[in-house]
Write a protein that binds this ligand. Sequence first.
Ligand code: ZN
Length: 389
Amino acid sequence: MNVHLIRSSDFSAQTYQSVLQIVRQYEGPIEFLASESDAFISNAIEVEIESKEAFEKAQDLPKMNMSIYDDSRAELSLHSNRPRFSFPFKTKRANWKHFFDACEYYRSARKLPPEDLVILLTDTANEANWFGGADKTMKNAFIHTADWHHYFEGLNERFPIAYEVIAWTIRMLIVKDQTEMPNYWHNEPRGCMSDFCQNKRQIVLKMRTADICMDCMKLLQSSKVDVRIFGQLIDALEGVRTYFLSTERSLFLNRPSTVFVSGYLHRIFFPAYGNLELNLNPKQRAIYCFFLRHPEGVRLVELIDHRSEIGALYHRFSNFGTIEEIEESLNLLLDPLENNLNETLSRIRSAIKRTLGPRISPNYQIIGSRGELYRINLDAELIQFESQL
Ligand SMILES: [Zn+2]
């Protein structure tokens, strides 16, 4: 079975060759073939990305029959050293149809058998800001090759691009119809290749884990595809992951890394996981930051003795409610006869798990048992506050 990797002229020829080299290392029935000519994305337009938040958010799937843009041709450039981003910045973007047109054009010009897959590698950004996508037939796909250095600092972009090539090949084999794609994606990250990554930073977690979860393994098994093909593709995914881990610190997955608490509002980030942010509401954040500030641990019944510290954090983070309302909420939180504290702790637990996935999240949880000390089991030097109370 053939997978044709075609290059749009804006994607570095050198990186393209490196990607081919990686994906061709694994033996099996799939052949990854280089394109004989470059593809043009003729309808790319220049757009301005205003903020980091917009840059890092994958939007809903675009409608496939979107209007055609003006014919302004993508600028030709062969970056090898990609500069860091500062916002706002300008980029070229095209809609999905034009990527698939390029695939179809290649397919018909070379009279490819219909079962062959065609994957376009392009620096041109796409409508909805995805890392990649496939068309209705699930035979043509595109992968966005730019921007990886924003998520994987210091890591050569050939690895994440190779990962995407393998992952899209698997997806095109197991999902028969593009309308089934929304059911295929996991909306909550599992560290699985099928994680959707609406927050695009979650891609780092997904690639470092490079797992295929049990649900996806079942999907693989139930598809009628030659088992040797999956063997080859899974070997390749695993191989790319090994590159990731060897280019970074080894033992990465088991070793806890830094929690960074940013600025006056104490936003919480995990720098080693692509700077993913832990989103907590003001009350949850007050409790979590309190435990970060007390690595020695505190019994839940003794939290009331720390009311002024928890209160100071809570007041700082709340932008709604009067002082009285916040105080009342604090009374409820610290009342041992109420269940409010347990509920809050349980919401924090779910948020951490949702952000980091089941494999990594336990390192960062507030853990304890009734009557005993509760604490976050991290060495003090892994907890970094940018500003104190
Ligand atoms: Zn999965």
